[in-house]
Ligand binder design. Structure first.
Ligand code: F0G
Length: 488
């Protein structure tokens, strides 16, 4: 059979609430056009994130009842530890309440003023934790990864020549090399096995620990299986183990590829580093056999890790995004190609070329999409990344809108609805245009609500173009990148 179906039956459902366009306009005004400020029961289809939003399986809910809530030595911890080690055989597995807590602990030890940490692309919480500790976060993505319309099988790859040159130049200042799989901020694009191993070997040749941000490791493994020469015959678990082979540590958000609603971990091989991390863990998260989690959460993660490597699930997962991406492409909506593992990214800068980046075309699309169809998406562009540590603002590398697909939550008819919403919105570009031009509906409101100040300027071009140039100035915030995920 050729049809790829949702590889599950639905045993328990969650009704979603329908609203009218008029209601949504009012809700947007109340939320100051800040989609993070909406109440989620006012959202029909929530594509804000794939993080913590998965539907747990019956087996996971059953496992929840086995949670042992002992302060120390809970069997739930040992089941969790064994499930992690089955895939990623690190010596020390340290549970945390989510991925950024693992990053916070790691970088409280490794990141200091004067230090520089290279990656393919740091996710914004990673960057925030590095910069918050006074170090610099550097993205060394291959150039193909920065061209939204270009098709390349592994657009998340690290530029290995650039990494080699970086380490030669700044070696002394580098405490570790990171790689993010898949590359979320760059469109959910995968990293090849050869590239992961290449980055690992370069790091080791320079005597640096190699740390993987493994949030979407299973989706990445699926791309390796289906796209990398010589990998098709291998099982997903086998590929996952190979991805982590020889790595010195990992940070993980179990809210992604572990089907959990909360959780994460920091895994390390180095005893001394692990001791320091556990000391910090006890100060901030909890005792090392539960971290920031309840025993029941550890059980849900352990079970989720056995389910995420299922090939039928991964085939359906990746196909869902390809399906939406292909149909948006057919409507003439520019999307990042190929589709990402967890999301479809719309290239708002290309689509709304009449809106300059500093007037936030991505935010215009996201707000328009909610108004038209009740769908909540997330701007990943100049609103999120445009601010430099010195307080100035410049266009981000790309202005994308991420339609992140929660795991096992929505069906194909939801996907069709999403595509239809774009059709309606896209026909005359009416909504984004109105949002960027109307005096009474400026996009500055959400940003002002987040401590942002605007300055009116005349647009560079006349006629049907934005009348307001929006400038964000974060007031009283630390001099580090502040993104939506850190702000709200
Ligand atoms: N690393 C990557 C690649 C991520 O995508 C995220 C979270 C984190 C680290 C942090 O994990 O949320 O558990 O603290 N990404 C979410 C998202 C927020 O919507 O992409 P966390």
């Amino acid at each position: 059979m050729k049809t790829i179906i949702e590889p599950f039956r639905i045993k328990s459902v969650e009704p979603i609430r329908f609203t009218t366009v008029e209601e949504r306009r009012a809700l947007l005004r109340e939320a100051h056009y800040n989609l993070f400020a909406l109440h989620s029961d006012d959202v029909l289809i929530d594509l804000l994130t794939d993080s913590g939003t998965a539907a747990m399986s019956a087996a996971q809910w059953g496992a929840v009842m086995n949670g042992d809530e002992s302060y120390a030595g809970s069997p739930s911890f040992f089941r969790f530890e064994a499930a992690v080690r089955d895939l990623m055989p690190f010596k020390h597995v340290i549970p945390t309440h989510q991925g950024r807590a693992a990053e916070a602990i790691l970088f409280s030890i490794l990141a200091k003023p004067g230090r520089k940490i290279p990656s393919n692309t740091h996710f914004d919480t990673t960057r925030g934790n590095i910069e918050g500790n006074g170090a610099e976060a550097h993205d060394l993505l291959i150039p193909e990864g920065r061209q939204p319309g270009l098709v390349h099988p592994f657009k998340g790859n690290m530029d290995l020549d650039a990494l080699e040159a970086f380490l030669r130049r700044h070696g002394e200042a580098v405490p570790c090399v990171m790689i993010t799989v898949t590359n979320n901020a760059g469109g959910g694009q995968p990293v090849s096995l050869a590239n992961i191993h290449g980055a690992r070997d370069i790091a080791h040749r320079h005597g640096k620990p190699f740390i993987i941000d493994g949030c979407r490791f299973a989706e990445n493994a699926w791309f390796i299986k289906t796209r990398e020469p010589g990998q098709a015959g291998r099982g997903i678990k086998d590929i996952v183990r190979d991805m982590f082979d020889g790595a010195d540590g990992m940070t993980m958000s179990a809210k992604k590829d572990a089907f959990a609603n909360i959780g994460g971990w920091l895994a390390l091989n180095d005893d001394e580093l692990a001791t320091q991390a556990r000391t910090r863990l006890i100060q901030t998260e909890g005792f090392p056999t539960y971290g920031g989690l309840a025993g029941r959460d550890l059980e849900a993660i352990a079970q989720g890790l056995t389910e995420i490597v299922d090939e039928h699930y991964l085939a359906y997962r990746v196909r869902t995004n390809e399906y939406v991406s292909e149909r948006l492409g057919a409507l003439g909506i520019p999307v990042v190609k190929p589709a990402g593992g967890h999301a479809v990214f719309v290239d708002a800068r290309a689509w709304l070329s009449h809106i300059p980046p500093l007037s936030y075309p991505g935010q215009a699309v996201a707000v328009g999409l909610y108004e038209v169809a009740g769908i909540r998406a997330c701007e990943i562009g100049t609103v999120m990344f445009g601010r430099s540590p010195d307080g100035s603002e410049r266009p981000a590398a790309m202005d994308l809108v991420r339609l992140a697909m929660p795991r096992r939550v929505y069906t194909q008819s939801h996907a069709d609805y999403i595509v239809e919403a774009f059709g309606e919105e896209g026909r005359d570009r009416r909504l984004p245009h109105r949002l960027a031009t109307a005096d009474d509906a400026p996009l500055h409101r959400p940003l002002r609500a987040a401590g942002v100040r605007m300055q009116d300027t005349r647009p560079a071009h006349a006629g049907r173009v934005p009348r307001r140039q929006i400038r964000r100035q974060l007031i009283g915030k630390p001099k580090q990148l502040i993104s939506s995920f850190l702000l709200y």
